[in-house]
Ligand binder design. Structure first.
Ligand code: UD1
Length: 341
């Protein structure tokens, strides 16, 4: 019988790509998503790519009663991958309580459920935001956790601590926290991708929306950073590569290969790219010309952050493989697909 994996937030951007990779590897998947930031039609994209439809339950995992009921119905879950969370840095500064409430209560409900209904493994969707402005680059998993620059970032730090404290005393549970750098791009089929609601916060969806004419121009937030071209540097990682790391993590737990009850891995490419380099790479990959202007820095942005990938490469046995231009082209194909649908 296939192993059954619960994916919370499975109709979201990273969640949907992970569901596809899990199903491609022969896992059965049940998604819980409240569709607060995604659409049910994502399930059609997943089904078209994989030839199978994941189970889908629409509710909010902050609702403990509904979650308990879910655990009672889906008796035998082999592992959980927990994506469901709010993720907009700016919004979290405006609405801190809603971020703490949503991101922390959902995690605590899941951990309690795992304990009560004997689900041993969880992969947690964390972020490089826990490192803040790092002292040394590239950033290793040993780098100090810095004071968070937003309530969103704080929920990731606190979530990691909640997981650590929980698995420390409950030896039936194991966790892997994956610290993502900047996931971009879309599935090669262009049947699933990132679907931001309203004006995108993130760079690449803003670029593709500008190129297709929904936005007038891209604003480059700052060209006075201490970087070679003055714009800020990030580690942009292909979302399908990122999704595959979740499958590797689930298998690692199922095969009992974890070295401790909780493990942390950086998921990045190891290469930093500046905003201006991303613009150039996008233009080169797609042949489109982007209208952009330089504006002030965005409050809360760090200057430079990119991953030391050695630990993930060697210990997890996973590596980001897709090149930047190919990834940007996939984001562009997706943008064209959704606008012409
Ligand atoms: C941040 C968080 C990340 C979080 C993500 C969620 C850090 C280091 N990273 O990513 O953990 O998961 O938000 O949304 O805190 N930019 C522009 N113009 C734009 C948009 C962005 O110039 O219109 C620039 C930004 O200033 C930044 C880069 O592009 O230098 C990437 O920005 P973005 O895609 O928003 O991601 P982060 O802020 O790095």
């Amino acid at each position: 019988m296939n192993k059954l994996i619960l994916v919370t937030g499975g109709t979201g951007y990273i969640g949907s790509h992970t569901v596809v990779e899990l199903m491609n590897e022969g896992f059965d998947v049940v998604i819980i998503d409240n569709l607060s930031n995604s659409e049910k039609s994502v399930l059609d994209g997943i089904a078209e790519i994989t030839g199978r439809r994941p189970y889908f339950e629409q509710f909010d995992i902050c609702d403990k009663e509904k979650l308990d009921n879910f655990f009672r119905v889906y008796k035998k879950l082999d592992a959980i991958i927990h994506f469901a969370a709010f993720k907009a840095v700016g919004e979290s500064i405006e609405k801190p309580l809603s971020y703490y409430q949503n991101n922390l209560v959902s995690l605590m409900n899941l951990l309690k459920g795992m304990n009560d209904y004997n689900v041993p493994y969880i992969v947690f969707s964390s972020s490089c935001t826990v490192y803040g402005e790092p002292d040394e680059l590239p950033v290793t998993e040993q780098a100090p956790i810095k004071v968070a620059n937003s309530p969103y970032g704080n929920t990731k730090q606190i979530s990691e601590e909640i997981i650590k404290d929980t698995v420390d005393v409950n030896h039936n549970l194991k966790a892997i926290a994956l610290r993502y750098f900047n996931p971009i791009g879309a599935h090669n089929s262009a049947l699933i991708g990132e679907l931001p609601v309203g004006v995108p916060d993130n760079l690449v969806p803003f670029i593709t929306q500008t190129a297709i004419g929904i936005r007038d121009e891209l604003k480059v937030f700052g060209n006075d950073y201490n970087t070679p071209d003055g714009s800020a540097i990030r580690d942009y990682i292909n979302v399908v590569d990122l999704a595959k790391a979740h499958v590797v993590s689930v298998k690692r737990m199922l095969e009992d290969k974890c070295k401790s009850n909780v493990e942390f891995f950086n998921l990045g490419t190891g290469k930093g790219s500046s905003v201006l380099e991303i613009i150039n790479a996008f233009e080169k990959a797609t042949g489109e010309k982007l209208t952009y202007k330089i504006v002030d820095r965005r409050v809360g942005d760090v200057e430079s952050v990119y991953a030391d990938t050695k630990f993930a490469n060697e210990e997890l046995g996973w590596k980001a493989e897709t090149g930047l231009e190919e990834t940007l082209l996939s984001a562009w194909s997706w943008e064209k697909y959704i606008r012409n649908k």
